[in-house]
Write a protein that binds this ligand. Structure first.
Ligand code: ADP
Ligand code: MG
Length: 237
């Protein structure tokens, strides 16, 4: 498989007053196109920081990130925004839907930023909302939907632009176990059916065991990387 993300000597240091917090320290990692990768670690280990830096939501302090061979940390704000719109989808733990917009309008938002026509936006949004199992909730607002339904809208919004990479930060963290499984299955199938790369943060080993690759994060460092083999067990690479 081709490499899609290459991370070299990546560090992220936050300054809080006179204190320095080392959130990531010298991370090196390569991720392949089409794989489902989980960042697994305890709270505070640096998982979200790594995801946010990869997704271009935060700047690294040191090191480089190449996504599809583009050094994203070198892009201007404008170029980075364009790059993200074209290549990246993001799913949040708390859904981050706009409360006064209905499902179709929420899903349409990234298409508005991409400059699609209104007709195209509505058609694509309705199609993907049907695909995520919400054909009867097109005009519902977030407060009129359950957590699982809201996350399905969040998933539809992440996938509607046809991104190569979808990032998800604890996407099932607010859901019960049955709904979590359904939502996870949905994300995996939408990724696999289009050879998209899915990169997910979790603290739950049972969720991580659905992934092709598990990256163990400890104290801001990559502790080890395991890949699932043909027998379905994981081995260190
Ligand atoms: P995780 O997602 O694994 O729980 P985070 O990436 O959120 O961990 O945090 C890693 C470390 O960086 C923690 O010590 C956290 O307190 C710190 N941190 C995260 N974001 C910030 C920030 N914006 N300012 C200062 N410190 C931060
Ligand atoms: Mg986190």
């Amino acid at each position: 498989m081709d490499s899609i993300i290459k991370i070299t000597n990546l560090s992220k240091i936050y300054r809080v007053g006179s204190e320095k917090v080392v959130a990531l320290q010298d991370v090196n990692l390569e991720l392949k196109k089409g794989e489902f990768c989980c960042f697994l670690g305890t709270s505070g280990s640096g998982k979200s920081t790594l995801l946010n830096v990869l997704a271009g939501l935060e700047k690294p302090s040191k090191g480089s990130i190449k996504i599809k061979n583009v050094p994203v940390e070198k892009l201007s704000e404008k170029k980075l925004a364009e790059f993200r719109q074209k290549n990246i989808g993001f799913i949040f733990q708390s859904y981050n839907l706009v409360n006064y917009l209905n499902a179709v309008e929420n899903v349409s938002l990234p298409l508005v930023f991409k400059g699609a026509s209104k007709k195209e936006r509505i058609k694509k949004s309705i199609d993907i909302l049907k695909a995520v199992g919400l054909p009867r909730h097109l005009r519902h607002k977030p407060t009129q939907m359950s957590g699982g339904q809201q996350q399905r809208v969040g998933i539809a919004r992440a996938f509607v632009t046809n991104p190569d990479i979808v990032f998800a930060d604890e996407p099932t963290g607010n859901l019960d176990s049955k709904t979590s499984k359904e939502v996870l299955d949905l994300m995996i199938s939408l990724s696999k059916e289009n050879d998209r790369t899915l990169i997910m943060v979790t603290h739950d080993i049972n969720i991580a065991k659905r992934a092709d690759k598990i990256v163990y994060i400890l104290d801001g460092k990559v502790e080890r990387v395991e890949e699932r083999n043909v027998e379905g067990t994981y081995e260190q690479n």
